[in-house]
Design a protein around this ligand. Sequence first.
Ligand SMILES: [Zn+2]
Length: 222
Amino acid sequence: MKFTIGRNADNNYIVDNDTVSGDHAEILVSDDFETFTLVDLESTNGTYVNEIEIVSKKITAKDVIRFGSHRTDQGNLFDQLTKYIKSQRTDFTQEFGQLLKIEAAYKTKRRSLNKNYSLIAMLPRLVITVLVVVVIYFFPNIKSELRYPLMIGATFLGSTISTLGISERKKEELLDELKTEFQLNFVCPKCGSELSGKEGIFWKEKKACRNKQCNATWQIKS
Ligand SMILES: [Zn+2]
């Protein structure tokens, strides 16, 4: 894949500067989209990486790049390059694999949250019940016909307190937070369309984005 740079309007990155040639340079992108090689296209005023003139050189987002006397805003150049690569790519198998991992992690977190909080919710119930049963047992002057209703009442009170307790609300809050975070991340790697309405297994079978304007596809071998 090739990303072209120059003054001419048909370039991918247009630099409006007199010291920049019409077709000044290009960035060659490796097949795995990991390596970028900047190549000077015999420009009049040269291409520089970290102030050294180059013909062809591997670059990263950290390098200072200059075309003629125009020093590029590196962040902007790499943003444009990343956007261009994304627009050209259609196979997003690798990124979709990450989505499946995000979904699995979400489900695990949700399960452990539910489990932990049901334990915490049980605790006050248990303590209150034991306490009241002990009190009733050690005060023999309570009439026996009152003893059982009191015991049942104590159990009921305990469970009511734990249901209305802070832990239950906190749990719902945390579950909501978790869900929101998941929804933000579980999106098409190309166009950002929300995919959280359906499970990962559905998208895995569909092998493509829900957005008809988006041509992202993925092939996950099972
Ligand atoms: Zn998409």
